[in-house]
Ligand binder design. Structure first.
Ligand SMILES: Cc1ncc(COP(=O)(O)O)c(C=O)c1O
Length: 378
């Protein structure tokens, strides 16, 4: 089956009684046993649920993994993945990862004896320099948030294999339609399904996809043990969203390409961060490991924070809000939103300015979105 067909059909068929065309929502918290030894594959919804399993089978197939566990949020997916490590371990992560992930690493897991180095992930040398004998994991977000830096997945995976470290890719920004990190040797893929996989800004969820039996068992164990699995209703919403992933991503990218071209030529725009531009430092790598440049971009407005504020509050279709990946376009301010939990010093170090604005281009008509930005830029 081709990708788009798997989006629509994989895992979906769960109703042998009435042959419903879509997956029912099994809200039941518990499932009857036939006798004291036998149940029909499900006993308690925290551990397993047919609706959630439909979603898990679907996403595992899209990413090319052997298993997927759907979690309550994207942060729950990060939490599940972190259970693969233990006190004393050292993890290398990008210095421009999602602020919530940074906060979890820096303020929570470091208290439990896991040490982190935050490096320029797009530069393999800075990864090599950070390696220690106890380095056990490398955490990658590519393209990164919000500056769209590109990490060479294969290069990092090769480095990690030499030191026997686990590589984890947060594939939220791309979705499996545009990037499948397992094809570049990555060990674990995670998502905030809140974003493109669901695609309609009406659910918060996450998932962890694995490709070895060992990782499959350990992630499944911890998602159940920690009690962080996705609710059946949320799983059903994401499954419904995933069915249109391919056409949505095409529409998102059509808007993004037009908007990037518009912004780069605008006199009030200092710089546009979009990997689709040939002069973007990660363009060639993105070309190689992605099948499109996605629909996320950032730009620096000329001037001061007041100029940025004018744009942020001046759009109509681009709603000023956190998050990304929904059909509706969003405009966001990393400084006080996604990256507020990072210190100002760390933000500047990562290249995020007080004039940096992030866009999640939706699937509205590109002409309307450009008119919207044109009016806000003034
Ligand atoms: C790249 C990335 N990873 C993880 C998360 C966390 O996901 P959630 O908000 O679903 O917990 C986000 C949220 O914005 C994100 O952008």
């Amino acid at each position: 089956m081709k990708f788009e067909t798997r989006c629509v059909h994989t895992g979906v068929d769960k109703d042998a009684t009435y042959l419903s065309a879509t997956t029912p929502i099994y809200t039941s918290s518990t499932f009857r046993w036939d006798d004291s030894e036998t149940n029909r594959g499900f006993d308690y919804t925290r551990s397993g649920n047919p609706t959630r399993q439909a979603l898990e089978e679907n996403i595992a197939s899209l990413e090319g993994g052997i298993d997927c566990k759907a979690t309550a949020t994207g942060m729950a997916a990060v939490t599940a993945t972190m259970q693969l490590f233990k006190p004393g371990d050292h993890i290398i992560a990008g210095d421009d990862i999602y602020g919530g992930t940074y906060r979890l690493f820096h303020q929570c897991y470091s208290r439990f004896g896991i040490d982190f180095s935050f490096v320029k992930m797009s530069n393999p040398d800075s990864i090599k320099e950070a390696i220690r004998p106890e380095t056990k994991g490398i955490w990658i977000e590519t393209p990164s948030n919000p500056l769209m830096n590109i990490t060479d997945l294969q290069a990092v995976s090769d480095i990690a294999k030499e030191i026997n470290a686990i590589t984890i890719a947060d594939n939220t920004f791309m979705s499996p339609y545009l990037q499948r990190p397992f094809e570049n040797g990555i060990d674990i893929v995670m998502h905030s399904t809140t974003k493109y996989l669901n695609g309609h800004s009406d659910v918060v969820g996450g998932c962890v996809v694995t490709r070895t039996d060992e990782h499959k068992e350990r992630i499944a164990f911890h998602v159940n043990a920690l009690g962080i699995s996705c609710s059946p209703f949320d799983a059903w919403l994401v499954l419904r969203g995933v069915k249109t992933l391919g056409p949505r991503m095409e529409a998102h990218q059509r808007a993004a390409t037009a908007i990037a071209d518009f912004l780069v030529n605008h006199p009030k725009v200092e710089k546009v961060y979009y990997p689709g531009f040939a002069d973007h430092p990660g363009h060639e790598i993105a070309r190689r490991q992605q099948s499109g440049f996605g629909a996320m971009m950032s730009f620096d407005v000329k001037g001061t924070r007041a100029d940025a504020d004018k744009v942020l509050t001046g759009t109509k279709f681009f709603q000023l809000a956190e998050s990304l990946g929904g059909v509706e376009s969003l405009i966001a301010y990393p400084e006080t939103m996604s990256h507020a939990s990072i210190s100002e010093e760390a933000r500047r170090e990562a290249g995020i300015k007080e004039t940096t604005i992030r866009l999640s281009c939706g699937i509205e008509h590109p002409d309307d979105l450009i008119t919207d930005l044109e009016a806000a830029l003034g």
